[in-house]
Design a protein around this ligand. Sequence first.
Ligand code: HEC
Length: 388
Amino acid sequence: MLASIAVFALLPTADPASPPLKPEVDAAWVARMDALAVSLAAILPEVAMPTPTDAAARSARDERLRQHARSLAALAHGVANSERLPDSDPTVPLLSAKLEASVAELAKRDGERLKDAVFVVAATCIGCHTRTDRGAPRPRTSLAPVDTKLPAWLRGDVLSATRRFQEARAAYRVAVADEKLAEAEPTLWERAVKRALVLDVRVARDPQAALEVVERVLATPAGQPLWQDAIGWRGSLRRWAGEKPNPDSAAELEAKAERLLDEAAGLERTPDGSGADILYLRATAALHELLARAPAPAVRAQALAGLGLAYEKLKDVDIWALYATYDEACIEAAPHSLLAGECFTRLERALKEDYLGNAGGALPADLDAKLTRLRALAAPTPATPKGI
Ligand code: HEC
């Protein structure tokens, strides 16, 4: 495993003159987000709830799904290049491209596969909104309230995808406290637990609130598979609650991310090493914030490498395989460097683990082609083009 120390060992100090965050988000961006929210808030409950048995109701539902999918695709198209971007974190164009790709899937699918694809779209909205505590805590326009009859985990997802963080936190808490859900739908319950933690840690920055969630997990009999992790979470939250809030200059953010990644790696090396998620989440928040300040290119590349590392560890918490996006961005930000080599090694290993497991064999052709391109870009010296 690549130690985080190696990733950060060469970290130069951030440019002290890095510009502050843009205070105002572009109106066109906001308008597009509001429109996305209308379609997402409609399509997510529709695919999550049982399909009507009556044929006429079912075909009306299918038609509505098609309409929402079309409108999401139109809105997500070109989101990264049509407006002034909200901040300098390269995550914005990277996740915008992911959003565009994930909504394009909707038109090709139905049934369970459509449902999965809609959940990927919602995870992309949530992942981008909950990077840090920056930005308005709730939408500027008033969105239609979420139906209180929907299950709490689903309300939490709709609310967090549409940036209604306080209400989302409340809904996830209801889901986490639901012992029946933990027993009958462990996957949904676990996701509610983890999303509650993402919101408490990265957006609300409230270790006490996150501790309440963790205590709930430890008091839930059906939550036993999470207990070992929860004990790790509790330890890091308690230490965090005792920390002094530190002023966040770019240099301090760098130092903080480095410290958190080191601490997480240390925790993982302990005999029952698990539960470093809180530390990785805090590290990602610091790195996203650092990137939002448009740091010097070398710092930017290091921060992308840190995100690649952290998101691989967080793949069960945040967006699955997001690490690949950052490892790729790291290689592109510092081609033919030692750092690019580290990012490539990690990417290749992680993709093989994820796609092939212990079975071995070949990666899907598109991934294989991507790795071939990135291997050349990460190689210590640029390859001489053929024929020269
Ligand atoms: C690439 C990052 C990104 C993705 C992906 C994304 N958003 Fe946003 N969204 C933002 C940013 C940045 C803001 C502005 C936050 C601020 O500063 O207030 C925003 C704001 C919003 C707002 C509030 C707008 C207002 O009225 O103030 C809503 C609602 C919203 N997004 C919905 C969605 C939905 C639904 C999706 C998924 C279909 C989505 N967003 C995907 C980045 C993203």
